[in-house]
Design a protein around this ligand. Structure first.
Ligand SMILES: NC(=O)c1ccc[n+]([C@@H]2O[C@H](COP(=O)([O-])OP(=O)(O)OC[C@H]3O[C@@H](n4cnc5c(N)ncnc54)[C@H](O)[C@@H]3O)[C@@H](O)[C@H]2O)c1
Ligand SMILES: N[C@H](CO)Cc1c[nH]c[nH+]1
Ligand SMILES: [Zn+2]
Length: 443
């Protein structure tokens, strides 16, 4: 594979070249959709038998139905096996994530008087159940366990289920089990990929279906979530990781290069871009990248190499303002600003999952430890979706009380509008309210 860093001049790109740059791994996801459709369908119709068959096929692990769910003994063994320092660091970062997410728990909404006698408010209640997808393929992700479980628990979801692919020996990653238990998740199944998403959506003999699924994953997982979205709420699209750094000549090229490598190492389908008006910075960052990439161990080296000659690279723009417009169109999952006036640049940004300010904040810090959620929308969906939060696990019911006075106040307007819309029964429910037996709706 070529060791190269793509360099584009935004102003010189054709509409087709821009479209390709903007779409990044979307095309991979669309392609695998057809491959995972039969997997989803088989789990829907055959249940556990298909789930076990695909776990053998894609994860190379042979399981029996009674081995799907993680047992109490396994939780205990995982905790004992996990090095003390890892437990300590997990406890520390989980507390940060709890501190931040606690601020998202909504206060009870007060009833407001909309008109005399008409009181209205909102009541938040948790979703009945949720399935958390924790990836395990090109890395293990205990960090994703707490990023998903902390907000689910703070929202008060009664049934929280976690699914994650098994290790080659059939066990579940011990740090994931430790984090799950630490965050109050006890129902864990060792299944992953499209088959796990289908099991959560349709249910199998061993796994009861859930009302919503959330969590990041590979193209297979993202495609499967699309296929079951008519059955179960699938939350934000959190596919292959992607990052952009918007920088001017004040940025330190070494730190920019280090930070570009962060999200690029997730996989060949990731994207990492520097957007800058500075030719000098671009050249220096390119040189640092070319010297660092060969020094990464395999398979990260191959992933990063594929990213910088694939969906990633450097985009040269005329100004920070033009760069901000490119960022807003690209709508990155992770964005870093590295300009001389961070807060002025911040004002230009509208679409990004997270916006990291300044040179002391590599993407990795926010991936694990700053408090805000690291499960973020990808594939340009930061235009319309937000990071995972407590709000994802809640829904709001309107609560309304109307007195006799309120009915008299609103009634005439509603009768007029209902008759205008052609709904006589709607109008009659008001007009004939106090005259039992009389019913002569006007058509
Ligand atoms: N957007 C976010 O917030 C966010 C957060 C963390 C991670 N991520 C991304 O999540 C992804 C995690 O991917 P991963 O691969 O490590 O784990 P994964 O669990 O998503 O995928 C691995 C599973 O895919 C299935 N699979 C593998 N090959 C298959 C095939 N040929 N056909 C059908 N199914 C197959 C297997 O069942 C396997 O268990 C990465 O792309 C990472 O960048 C995103
Ligand atoms: N970068 C990922 C979100 O795109 C989060 C993560 C966890 N561990 C490493 N990275
Ligand atoms: Zn990451």
């Amino acid at each position: 594979m070529d060791l190269k860093v793509n360099v584009y001049v935004w102003g010189d790109l054709s509409p087709e070249e821009r479209r390709k740059l903007l779409s990044r791994s979307e095309e991979d996801i669309a392609r695998v959709e057809e491959a995972v459709r039969p997997v989803v369908e088989a789990v829907r119709t055959e249940g556990d038998a298909a789930l076990l068959r695909f776990t053998r096929q894609f994860d190379g692990v042979v399981l029996s139905p009674d081995r799907l769910r993680v047992t109490e003994e396994e939780f205990k063994a995982a905790e004992e096996a996990l090095p003390e320092e890892i437990r300590e660091s997990l406890d520390y970062v989980i507390e940060n994530v709890e501190r931040f997410h606690r601020t998202q728990v909504p206060e009870p909404s007060p009833m407001v008087e909309v008109r005399p006698g008409v009181m209205a408010g909102e009541r938040a209640t948790p979703v009945p159940s949720c399935g958390l997808y924790v990836p395990r393929g090109r890395g293990s992700f205990p960090s994703m366990v707490y990023m998903l479980a902390v907000p689910a628990r703070l929202a008060g979801v009664p049934r929280v289920v976690m699914v994650t692919p098994p290790e080659k020996d059939g066990s579940v990653n011990p740090a994931c089990l430790y984090a799950a238990r630490r965050c109050g998740v006890h129902e864990v199944y060792r299944v992953g990929g499209a088959q796990a998403i289908a099991a959560l959506a349709y249910g199998t003999e061993s796994i009861a279906p859930v009302s919503m699924i959330t969590g990041p994953g590979s193209a297979y997982v993202t495609a499967a979530k699309r296929l079951v979205a008519h059955v179960v709420h699938t939350g934000l699209p959190a596919g292959p990781s992607e990052s952009v750094i918007l920088a001017d000549e004040s940025a330190d090229p070494w730190k920019v290069a280090l930070d570009l490598l962060v999200e690029a190492e997730h996989g060949a389908d990731s994207a990492a871009l520097l957007v800058t008006p500075s030719r000098e910075l671009a050249g220096q960052v390119e040189a640092h990248l070319l010297s660092c990439i060969p020094r990464l161990p395999s398979p990260r080296r191959e992933f990063v190499q594929a990213v910088f000659s694939g969906y990633g690279g450097i985009i040269l723009v005329d100004s920070i303002e033009e760069g901000a417009e490119v960022v807003n169109e690209w709508a990155p999952e992770h964005l870093q600003l590295r300009t001389s006036d961070l807060f002025a640049t911040l004002k230009l940004i509208r679409n990004a999952g997270e916006i990291l300010l300044g040179e002391h904040l590599p993407f990795s810090l926010a991936n694990y430890a700053t408090g805000p959620n690291a499960v973020l929308p990808t594939g340009r969906k930061a235009k319309v979706f937000s990071p995972v939060s407590v709000r994802d696990f809640l829904k709001f019911s309107s609560v309304i009380h109307v007195s006799e006075e309120g009915l008299a106040e609103l009634g005439p307007h509603v009768v007029r509008l209902a008759e205008y819309e052609g709904f006589p029964a709607h109008a009659a429910a008001i007009v004939h309210r106090d005259t039992p037996g009389s019913y002569s709706p006007r058509g």
